[in-house]
Write a protein that binds this ligand. Structure first.
Ligand code: MSP
Length: 718
């Protein structure tokens, strides 16, 4: 059954007008079975001539589809392995193999023969835009990795994905840092934004767009959105007095400020009482709607533990929030009142809609709104799950489907902070990813990271443990063992008749095991439960190992009568590993690509994951080669240094210290005459007291005293 997604694009207009936004609100997706929906629509509304024309168009489309189908078939048949896979994976076979409701749903948008982008499901994934006055660290890389894994998973499902990241560049702090360095704020922003961009690239973050709040496309649209809010009265000029957290550039209500002892909950610095004439956003007007959103839509804010924190704050009452500042100039000028600049948070949040040109004419990227998920850590969930939806409501735009606010990476139980200087910074991060490989380290982040409500402790011993257990000893070992047996016993060819579905050994029903685990993994990816997705794959692989132990293929290989069974056992191992690898691809993109070169994992780049994980992809006659995916490595210390080198260095220091001690001891043990010893002591004391008073070896008096001491010692040893 084919499904279509109906998307209403906005009408051409520079500023957002009512009609446009009403249309935007209508960007709801309807799924129709193509044939019936289009037919009934057309027959009921078209005059006969138009009907005829439409019929002709339909026939033409049909012919074009058949042609495309033929073309793609002939391209695909060029590769032996691919051809073998296609022989098995006809649509009719797929139907019977379809996994579960979740998987069927995930496939619905992928079945179009011509792969037309209009019919694909659009997915927008975002990270926060990072402050340019901070250096990138594990927190930034982690959030981006989570979003990346989700984006890759969705791309593997053949969805039309738009993955957005970028930098937040305005505000007082950037202005001050630039002043200190005697450069312009823009120069500072250019420099640091480039660093963030490079870091994301180096960490395989597959973003489609990198927005900067200093981009003209952004500043222009922010102004037009604020202009619209001024017109509707959702933004107004008013006076405000309140408690201000200078570090966070954020106001607190009396209640909230009191709760925090009038100190910043982030930096601990005292809040400042401030009075300002500012432009305000009427947040209070949206209190009920936001409350309703949080209360009734369970999938809007995840993990679900975050909901109560925010709801309580909403129930305390929402005050209007200032959205402009006059105490600095590094920002987007307020339209019509240039002594004000737009507050950084409003400026920053709007990146999600300016990147896709929601206030531009005919920007085809508008189709991505509303975002499928904004990924971030918990400290900014208030802005994303309360203020942002209210702003969107005021703009008459749909709200994002989901805000995921994960926990924090912490170190030795303490929050990472500038003042503690305990960040896992870029240098350390690079050491880990160089040592364990980009995928090896990503796997650790994905499986041990604070994806849920809890914080997660970064520990080098866990990196080693997880890498060693899951990747080296489980995934790596199992693939190398199985591919080696296939090379040894069948010259690297998948044996004839080995895919016989009726053969079962030791009660292992592989087709059903893999079907269940693939469904678990897909459900987990959909829910952003990354560790559950990898666990599903690991369970398959661990079972392969057990299966090998129980069926003993190496014993079968010695018996010519068991040859056919041996082929089937190996096939089942390889096929299960193929499916596990497909599941792991979003987390281990490089390794899985590498694996695909030796063991065909899918029939084409566009084959959706839900089809890839269906049992039976490998075909007899396919050629595979031996794989060694994850090398064993030594453990690093917390700073990413090699423990062995560290131990060797420590041993050297201890040895040096011992030999110095020995030498000193020899000297001390030397016996002087009592008179000389007394003089030596006096002289030594003199040197010490001179040094204590701040004199150095270069001082004449100290030098004289040292000389005298040496003479005394030398005269006595004669
Ligand atoms: N510029 C704002 C976001 C505006 S989005 C419209 C900002 N920037 S930030 O540079 O401070 O990035 C904050 C984000 O970095 C967190 O929400 C999280 O995604 C990530 N992390 C920063 N420290 C972190 C940890 N210790 N642990 C996990 N992620 C954290 O806030």
């Amino acid at each position: 059954m084919l499904y279509v997604r109906v998307i209403y694009l906005t009408s051409p207009t520079t500023t957002i007008n009512k009609r446009t936004t009403r249309l935007m609100m209508n960007s709801v997706y309807y799924s129709y079975p193509t044939t019936t929906a289009t037919r009934s629509f057309r027959t009921s509304s078209s005059p006969p001539a138009a009907q005829q024309q439409q019929q002709q168009q339909q026939q033409q489309q049909q012919r074009r589809r058949q042609q495309l189908h033929k073309q793609s078939f002939s391209i695909l048949t060029k590769s032996i392995n691919t051809r073998l896979m296609i022989g098995r994976r006809r649509t009719s076979d797929c139907k019977n193999d379809s996994l579960s409701t979740i998987m069927t749903e995930a496939t619905q948008n992928n079945n179009n023969i011509d792969g037309n982008a209009r019919t694909k499901k659009t997915i927008m994934v975002t990270t926060p835009i990072y402050y340019v006055n901070d250096k990138p660290h594990i927190g930034h890389v982690y959030t981006s990795t989570v979003a990346d894994i989700y984006a890759r998973y969705k791309r593997l499902q053949n969805d039309d994905v738009f993955f957005l990241t970028g930098t937040d560049e305005h505000g007082l702090k950037v202005e001050q840092s630039a002043e200190k360095r005697k450069i312009t704020p823009k120069a500072l922003a250019d420099e640091n934004s480039a660093i963030f961009r490079d870091v994301m690239k180096e960490n395989d973050i597959s973003f489609d767009d990198f927005i900067r709040t200093t981009d003209e496309r952004h500043t222009k649209q922010v102004q037009s959105f604020v202009e619209k809010l001024l017109k509707t009265g959702d933004v107004y000029l008013g006076k405000f007095e309140g408690w201000y957290d200078e570090g966070q550039e954020e106001y607190y209500t009396e209640t909230k400020a009191k709760e925090n002892n009038y100190e910043s909950p982030i930096s601990g610095k005292p809040m400042v009482r401030m009075e300002e004439e500012n432009y305000y956003f009427k947040l209070s007007k949206y209190q009920d709607k936001v409350k309703q959103l949080l209360e009734t839509n369970d999938s809007f804010l995840t993990p679900k533990e975050r909901k109560n924190e925010l709801l309580q704050r909403v129930n305390d009452g929402l005050n209007d929030v200032p959205i402009s500042r006059t105490n600095f100039t590094w920002g987007i000028p307020m339209p019509g009142d240039e002594k004000h600049v737009i507050y950084v948070w409003i400026d920053a949040l709007m990146n999600y809609i300016t990147a896709i040109g929601m206030a531009e004419e005919n920007n085809e990227k508008q189709k991505y709104w509303p975002a499928s998920v904004h990924v971030m850590a918990k400290e900014i969930s208030w802005f994303h799950a309360v203020i942002w939806p209210a702003v969107l409501m005021a703009l008459d735009l749909p709200i994002p489907s989901r805000v995921h606010a994960h926990g924090f990476w912490i170190r030795e139980g303490r929050k990472m902070s500038k003042s503690l200087g305990n960040f896992v910074d870029l240098t350390v991060l690079n050491k880990f990813s160089n040592h364990y490989g980009m995928d090896g380290f990503r796997y650790y982040l994905a499986t041990e990271g604070p994806i849920g409500a809890q914080d997660a402790n970064f520990a080098s011993s866990r990196v080693q443990e997880v890498y060693g257990t899951d990747l080296v000893n489980t995934f790596g070992n199992s693939t190398s063992r199985t591919t080696a047996m296939c090379e040894k016993y069948f010259d690297g060819f998948i044996p004839e008749k080995s895919n016989d579905a009726t053969k079962m050994f030791k009660g292992y029903n592989w087709k059903s095991i893999c079907k269940e685990e693939a469904a678990n993994a897909i459900r987990a990816y959909e829910n952003l439960e990354l560790n559950k997705a990898t666990q599903a794959a690991m369970r398959i692989i661990t079972k392969v190992d057990l299966f090998i132990t129980e069926t003993e293929p190496f014993r079968m290989a010695k018996d010519p009568n068991e040859r056919e069974n041996l082929g089937c056992v190996l096939y089942q191992c390889l096929e299960a590993l193929r499916i596990a690898a497909c599941i792991l691809e979003p987390v281990l993109p490089n390794k899985v690509k590498e694996m695909h070169e030796s063991l065909p994992l899918y029939k084409s780049e566009t084959q959706p994951l839900t089809e890839r994980v269906v049992w039976g992809g490998l075909q007899p006659g396919m050629k595979i080669s031996k794989l060694a995916l994850f090398p064993r490595v030594d453990e690093l210390n917390e700073n990413g240094e090699n423990k062995e080198t560290e131990t060797a260095a420590a041993a050297e220091i201890i040895a040096n210290k011992k030999s110095t001690e020995k030498k000193t001891k020899t000297k001390v043990e030397k016996v002087y005459s009592p008179e000389t010893q007394a003089l030596i002591d006096v002289q030594g004391q003199l040197i010490r007291s001179m040094k204590e008073s701040g004199r150095t070896n270069e001082d004449l008096e100290v030098a004289e005293a040292v000389k005298k001491l040496k003479e005394l010692k030398a005269s006595s040893s004669d």
